[in-house]
Design a protein around this ligand. Structure first.
Ligand SMILES: [Fe+2]
Length: 280
């Protein structure tokens, strides 16, 4: 068994930006409503300035890149879910076939805040670039990342090309002696190696530039694209929704191979919704 680091199948460099204005329009009103219902706001406000209105303690990040607002949005409701399904339906023509999808999308609030713990390098940089495959996610996933605010600089997602991502992940894999089992639970080791190995850190910083995006854009990318936030030193909050999907043909092939046993939660009815987009 070997890691499918060199079997690309998505887009020319592993990622693709498309315009989907209806996506942000469908989701933002639900986010605004839930920010009030969950007690973070008294009235709607421009999301880019959310950090000026929410309590300061809500901005504090833990070393898993979570703050109180992001954690609160793990609990969603039928109206937000319905808006999410509208986005999924709008993506159907782009994917080109029926697909399985993450049942509960993640709503992230990238507020201006200091990066703590393992998100801060010994050299003083706040960064959390990673590949989800380091947390045992399948290589076959397609990530979807939808910003609800314009974002650039330190407020933007930082992301590599497939080629640079493979170089970074191969470098890390070599550092851990090619131990594929360790790779698949290797997120903490990746952060440690990033601190220990200046060459690896340089590759991550140089290979993962900010991806400036407008509200209404959507970024699709494969897991070999190393990605993540950096410490937000801007005066803008970035709010984004991310989720993962797998075309049904890829899902069926994924389940048929032995590696599927290494990602047991990625099944319909578990991380994936029990329905596919065509049967939702
Ligand atoms: Fe990720």
């Amino acid at each position: 068994m070997s890691l499918p680091l060199h079997h690309p199948h998505w887009f020319s460099d592993g990622k693709k930006r498309v315009s989907l204005p209806g996506g942000a329009d469908a989701i933002e009103p639900q986010i605004q409503r839930l920010l009030i219902e969950k007690g973070f706001l008294r009235a709607p406000c421009p999301l880019a300035f959310l950090h000026r209105s929410v309590p300061q303690e809500a901005c504090v990040l833990d070393e898993n890149y979570l703050n109180a607002v992001t954690r609160a949005f793990y609990v969603q409701d039928a109206s937000l879910r319905s808006a999410y399904y509208d986005v999924l339906r709008a993506l159907r023509p782009l994917v080109g076939e029926d697909f399985v999808f993450q049942a509960v999308p993640i709503v992230r609030f990238h507020l201006p805040a200091r990066f703590p713990g393992k998100l801060r390098t010994a050299s003083g940089l706040g960064m959390q670039q990673h590949s989800d495959t380091l947390g045992g996610h399948p290589f076959e996933l397609l990530h979807v990342w939808l910003p609800l605010t314009d974002c650039n600089g330190s407020a933007a997602l930082h992301i590599s090309s497939r080629e640079d991502g493979i170089a970074i992940l191969s470098h890390f894999l070599a550092n851990i002696g090619g131990d594929e089992a360790l790779y698949r639970r290797g997120l903490d080791a990746f952060f440690s190696e990033r601190d220990r190995d200046a060459e690896l850190q340089k590759k991550i910083v140089a290979g993962c530039p900010p991806c400036a995006m407008k509200r209404g854009d959507v970024l699709l990318f494969e897991p070999r694209c190393v990605h993540g936030g950096v410490e937000n030193s801007s005066d803008c909050t970035r709010v984004s929704v991310d989720f993962r999907l797998m075309p049904c043909s890829v899902y069926d092939a994924f389940l048929a191979q032995p590696q599927a046993a290494l990602s047991p939660r990625f099944r319909r009815g578990e991380i994936f919704h029990s329905a596919t987009i065509d049967t939702l």
